[in-house]
Design a binder for this molecule. Structure first.
Ligand SMILES: NC(=O)c1ccc[n+]([C@@H]2O[C@H](COP(=O)([O-])OP(=O)(O)OC[C@H]3O[C@@H](n4cnc5c(N)ncnc54)[C@H](OP(=O)(O)O)[C@@H]3O)[C@@H](O)[C@H]2O)c1
Length: 332
């Protein structure tokens, strides 16, 4: 008992503000069972979903106490009985697992994605939550193609920036809405077709001129409230508004007339649901296409800062600051 190997883990016993709820614990290193792999975690992003889960307002509520963190880059550390196809030390990412904000986590072998050599650790650590969400929304859900306009809120987010990068591969155009004027030039420099700051009182008129009489093929919203709902006014007849985030925490507000007279569709997108409903061979093909584009540098999720795991409080504070240009990551 006394010689049991321990690991560091950021655990919460009750939901709450991460600064109060998260504690660094020393817990036994988990052993992989049959069909499972133990991962030595290397780098983990701080995503809104991680923080929302600690606060108790995310769609996935783990049994408590729970170790925080839902994604990250890891090295294969040990494999359980019956596992083949992975070598010790190989770089992998889990396709969603609870507890990446620790030194080790165990998951099933079929939940792992092998990372190609060409990808940096910083990009690999972020593949699943944000780039994959952007890719699936643009390519699989909305099937955006040449000459389509996509209009998006919170366009300076990592998902938003990935959607701008994917547009260059697929040929669609992006109209990007941001809340801070400084981000307009920043996103134009990154290849956005049009960027408007919603502080500009005339932003809606300008947006309508940009998408023209035809309207945008689709909108994606991560903000909610009347901001998210206003995207409906920019969509074409039969257009789709995909809601994938609720950053303002305000209920989405859409005028009924917008929906009725242009027969719009509004629906939600959740990566966890996509994972459950998509057969593994289809998921693998989509992730392979994404990894190829990322390895070529065509999709590159930006990084703002990297903190040691022990400095999680400062890292979470940094991740909460407005005006970041990329993700805050937790190293070891
Ligand atoms: N449904 C899914 O499966 C799924 C998957 C992945 C991500 N998401 C969601 O996607 C969203 C973006 O995630 P991310 O990791 O890419 O974000 P991120 O990089 O952390 O960036 C957040 C961005 O949102 C902006 N923002 C925050 N609150 C806002 C508000 N009230 N109004 C307008 N803009 C606001 C920030 O602007 P400033 O720079 O001005 O602060 C920042 O640019 C989150 O809501 C996340 O939960 C959902």
């Amino acid at each position: 008992m006394g010689s049991e190997k321990l690991m560091r883990a950021l655990q919460f016993e009750q939901p709450g503000e991460p600064s109060a709820a998260l504690r660094m614990r020393h817990l036994p290193v988990p052993a992989p069972g049959p069909g499972e792999v133990r991962l030595a975690m290397k780098l983990r992003p701080i995503n809104p979903s991680d923080v929302l889960q600690v606060k108790g307002v995310y769609g996935r509520k783990p049994p408590l106490p729970a170790i925080a963190g839902l994604e990250g880059l890891a090295l294969v550390d040990s494999v359980g009985q019956g596992v083949s196809g992975f070598s010790i030390g190989q770089r992998v990412v889990p396709l969603g697992v609870q507890g990446t904000w620790a030194d080790y986590v165990v998951t099933t072998a079929d939940n792992l994605v092998a990372i190609p050599d060409g990808l940096t650790d910083e990009a690999a650590a972020q593949v699943i939550v944000n780039p994959l969400t952007a890719w699936i929304m643009a390519v699989e859900e909305l099937k955006l193609g040449a000459d389509d306009w996509l209009v998006q809120t919170a366009a300076g987010s990592v998902v938003g920036r990935c959607l701008i990068q994917i547009a260059k591969l697929r040929g669609y155009k992006t109209l990007n809405l941001v809340r801070r004027p400084a981000q307009v030039a920043e996103l134009l420099a990154e290849g956005a077709d049009a960027v408007l700051c919603t502080e500009d009182p005339n932003w809606m008129d300008k947006a309508q001129t940009i998408v023209g009489a035809r309207g945008a093929a689709a909108g994606v919203d991560a903000v909610g409230g009347s901001m998210g709902g206003s995207l409906a006014m920019l969509l074409k007849r039969d257009g789709t508004l995909l809601v994938y985030g609720a950053l303002s925490m305000d209920p989405l507000k859409v005028a009924g007339g917008q929906l009725i007279f242009r027969t719009l569709t509004i629906r939600g997108f959740w990566l966890t649901d996509w994972k459950i409903r998509t057969p593994k061979n289809e998921r693998d093909a989509i992730i392979t296409a994404l990894l190829e584009a990322m390895s070529k540098g065509q999709i590159s999720p930006p990084v703002e800062a990297i903190f040691p795991l022990a400095e999680f409080q400062a890292a979470i504070e940094k991740a909460d600051e407005p005006g970041r240009r990329g993700k805050v990551l937790l190293a070891n």
